[in-house]
Design a protein around this ligand. Sequence first.
Ligand SMILES: Cc1ncc(COP(=O)(O)O)c(C=O)c1O
Length: 478
Amino acid sequence: MSDNPRSHHMNIEDFRRNGREAIDWIADYHRKVESLPVLSRVRPGEIRAALPPDPPAEGESFEAMLRDVEEIILPGLTHWQSPNFFAFFPSNTSGPSILGELLSAGLAVQGMMWTTSPACTELETHVLDWLVGMLGLPEKFLSTGKGGGVIQDTASSASLCALLAARERATSGASNEIGCDGRLTAYTSAQAHSSIEKAVKIAGIGRANLRAIEVDSNFAMRPDALAEAIARDRREGKVPCFVCATVGTTSSNAIDPVRAIGEICRDAGVWLHVDAAMSGTAALCPEFRWIQDGLEFADSYCFNPHKWMFTNFDCDCFYVVDRAPLIEALSILPEYLRNQASASGAVIDYRDWHVPLGRRFRALKLWFVIRHFGVEGLRAEVRRHIDLGQTFARWVSEDPRFELPAPAPLNLVCFRLRSGDGQNQALLDRLNASGDLYLTHTRLDGRLTLRISIGQAHTEFRHVEKAWARIREEADNL
Ligand SMILES: Cc1ncc(COP(=O)(O)O)c(C=O)c1O
């Protein structure tokens, strides 16, 4: 931005005016989003066809840009912020989060090291320590001891970093030096998120060395099967190095038994990572902390405020009990990054805690969210969503045409018509084509299953009630 009339930059007074317009536009969008068809209806290529083939030679007005957002971009959006969005998992935002993000963009600091913006690092450390208490996580994750937390872009990155630290711990740093020798093995449940398989491929463990551990009738990892797999690999000369347990699987919200898995990992000396991407937020409420029973056995943990804690993408909180193996796995110190603060050992340099060097000031939006809602406000919103999930599950159980193929402990409910895959697919297609709501599916026991994920910030009883009415109506029409 500039006050110089000859500059090509946006004039500061224009920025003020445009900025207010942009905020107004966002506020209007949030007010009307409920009335928009949830799933975008454009055909492939339609958005590109509406865009000019070449970039403008001369600068254009902000008004023109905002107009094109309204006319060209908006129809091509699936409205994740609609209270009728029940697909995949929530991708929350909120007023304080948006404003924190805006300030972060305005400050545009690059917090790769403490010295490049001390507040960027220290606020992050502080807020992540707050969350240890807010979620009832083991105190070993606090930065005041050997551990600590860091904001990663995604749970996928957090799991990758956990795996890299586990790999280096298991090989005493040899994998970083000479590469993997094909003997390392990793374990996760057959229902775990695909990001674990991706991490195993990226980390050079090899997909053939990832064991998909059987699940029980609740789709949770079977600890006996895990223990057997580790023992078998040991007998065959493999080196088990990493287990990922899931608290709230993507497919059905299954909660792996962290305590039993943790005891096995402790006895076997294997790194335990716990992925609580969406469901970890439930632990804000003491009555739901049973989901993380046994977390004291974990070496690392992550959950995503960008899913269900009203903080916009991206924001994953990743914790380690011991930061040394993580830093040893990821640290490289070229001459141009050397500085006195780092050399003193008195500061955290988060560049060593994740894959990229550069990092945005993401703690700002998380800090704003926590301060705006307060712990009690966050708890109330989470309880509301879980309550809605439980109500929906009860409605399904009372309709003889439908069944609940998996437990629904929190805010995600899997359900299906008893009449088979064809009917369930038709039901899903009709509902999503209507624009009234958006649901997605999974497969449980090989059968097509619908999921309703209740966690969009403004979903209320009336939205869930309407969703259930529409589901029954379309089921009647099949
Ligand atoms: C259990 C679980 N783990 C990991 C992920 C991946 O999240 P992210 O997009 O933050 O990598 C998801 C998202 O679907 C998830 O549900």
